[in-house]
Design a protein around this ligand. Structure first.
Ligand SMILES: Cc1cc2nc3c(=O)[nH]c(=O)nc-3n(C[C@H](O)[C@H](O)[C@H](O)COP(=O)(O)OP(=O)(O)OC[C@H]3O[C@@H](n4cnc5c(N)ncnc54)[C@H](O)[C@@H]3O)c2cc1C
Length: 465
């Protein structure tokens, strides 16, 4: 591990801001913060754990004076290397800011500090009959700050949208250490540039989010879940298009391929059809039992015309929960299979899902690598997950080649290299392929204007030679 590079006077100044016990410099601590949920190792020089906005602002002012990088971090569940120290410096762990500040039941708004775990936010709203819809698979661990910084999606995005669709207002510490507010608590606001949207998905490179206001909706109390089984992946992807055009918008439309099904079943013994080559997990929801029953019937009719070999309805809450637990456990189950899991995040129009999925399988065969694919099929968002061993350099090189070709294909199909996990460190090379140089220059000029000393999360989003 490389030695810690911050000077003693910088470390004492940091201790003066956040207190002795909240500056961590031991090798053990630095190693613990050297990873997110990707496999890159980037060891920070120190970890600083502020208690409030004023301390965060003071850390950033010091960073500008003494020229060290600051990397905001929530729970570290990111999948693109966003919260690790690409160029050394201080990891700013915001998890002590973990308070729900206010729930305004009548205006259906919730204000929280960034370190609030998303599941805790959801359950606080649920107690009042309200729903915060974005539900990333990592909901029990990730933070609302991380969700906003990544503009995270989730299982319900196909009907309810992603984090940014619920974001109303922010308190932010700028890279220079100034505190400011953006957005409004009203249903509508067009007052000036939409800085709130700019910060949403900015991956910790343009500001540290210190307070977040999101809108809530009444809980859709009625739901029906369906499982459809297919002998081919193509049958499943064709059925996705049939469902998306049947006149009903499902709340959730997820797909798992055969390899994913078998790994999930091996890990969790849920009773999934292990002979199948693909399954779709579908849920419809709404505010009236009869309406939801009717919608479920329409989806069933669309599936009946597809190549589904079997359909099951999960009628009771326990069966339903088992189905969704199966989907949520896809990443942990696959991660048990081989020493290294390399999970990707391509998104294409749903009409291109078949071609994209078959191309992923073709790449696996051509490059002799092992890939399991699952994802938010209704969003066209696929997670091809390579199961490899990073002690085998040749295998990793083949995975990287297959991944690059998959990204190229996604772009050619009118898709994107990231539907929800962000660019971070892992996709900087691919972003220009999607956007072109002029768009990258717009992004760079925003970064330069807001962070002239390149303090916040350097080495992310932009490719550096
Ligand atoms: C099992 C599993 C399932 C997942 N499922 C999904 C899914 O369904 N959908 C999805 O979108 N993602 C998913 N993810 C990815 C990840 O959970 C999300 O990106 C999540 O939003 C990250 O939150 P975090 O608190 O862990 O943030 P971190 O990983 O700590 O940070 C992520 C990024 O946000 C920045 N950041 C964090 N907090 C702040 C802040 N307060 N201010 C400014 N910047 C900040 C960091 O610098 C970094 O760039 C999954 C990950 C795992 C491991």
């Amino acid at each position: 591990m490389q030695p810690q590079k911050l000077s003693q006077s910088t470390l004492s100044a940091l201790r003066g801001i956040v207190g002795q016990g909240n500056v961590l410099t031991s090798d053990e601590h630095r190693l613990c913060y050297a990873y997110d949920a990707q496999r890159l190792e980037c060891v920070p020089d120190a970890i600083v754990r502020p208690a409030d906005t004023a301390q965060i602002a003071a850390v950033l002012r010091l960073a500008n004076e003494n020229a060290f990088p600051v990397i905001p971090r929530g729970a570290g569940t990111g999948l693109s290397g966003g919260s690790v120290a690409a160029a050394g410096g201080v990891v700013l762990d915001v998890c002590r800011l973990d308070r729900i500040v206010q729930i305004d039941e009548t205006n259906m708004l919730l204000t929280a500090q960034p370190g609030v775990v998303t599941a805790k936010l959801v359950s606080a709203a649920e107690k009042l009959g309200l729903l915060y819809p974005p539900d990333p698979g990592s909901i029990n661990a990730c933070t609302i700050g991380g969700n906003v910084a990544e503009n995270s999606g989730g299982l319900r995005a196909v009907k309810y949208g992603v984090t940014g669709d619920y974001l109303k207002a922010l308190e932010v510490v700028s890279p220079l250490g100034e505190v400011y507010r953006t957005g409004a608590r009203t249903v509508k606001s067009v007052a000036g540039y939409n800085v709130t949207s700019l910060l949403c998905g900015s991956e910790g490179t343009l500001g540290v989010l210190t307070e977040i206001t999101v809108k809530l909706i009444p809980i859709p109390r009625f739901r029906r879940s369906l499982l459809a089984v297919f002998d081919t992946v193509r049958g499943a992807t064709d059925a996705v298009v049939a469902i998306m055009t049947c006149g009903v918008l499902p709340a959730t439309l997820e797909m798992m391929d055969g390899m994913t099904i078998r790994h999930v079943e091996q890990a969790n013994h849920i009773g999934l059809p292990v002979e199948a080559e693909a399954i779709l997990l579908i849920e419809v929801d709404g505010y009236s039992d009869a309406g939801v029953a009717e919608e479920a019937e329409i989806v069933r009719a669309a599936l009946a015309k597809s190549e589904a070999s079997e359909m099951k309805t999960a009628d009771n809450p326990a069966d339903r929960e088992r189905l969704w637990e199966a989907r949520r456990s896809a990443i942990p189950a696959l991660a048990r299979a081989r020493p290294t899991t390399m999970l990707e995040d391509v998104t294409v129009p749903v009409t291109a899902l078949s071609e994209m999925t078959l191309f992923i399988q073709q790449m696996a065969r051509e490059h002799s690598v092992s890939v399991a694919t699952f994802g938010h099929a209704g969003d066209g968002n696929l997670h091809p997950t390579f199961l490899a061993d990073d002690r085998d350099e040749d295998e990793i090189a083949r995975v990287k080649q297959a991944t690059a070709e998959i990204f190229e294909k996604a772009i050619a199909l009118g898709g994107t290299v990231s539907g929800e996990h962000g660019i971070g460190m892992t996709k900087t090379r691919f972003l220009p392929m999607e956007t072109g140089p002029a768009t990258i220059e717009v992004m760079r000029s925003i970064k330069r204007a807001m962070d002239p000393n390149n303090i916040l999360n350097p080495g992310k989003v932009f490719f550096e030679d």
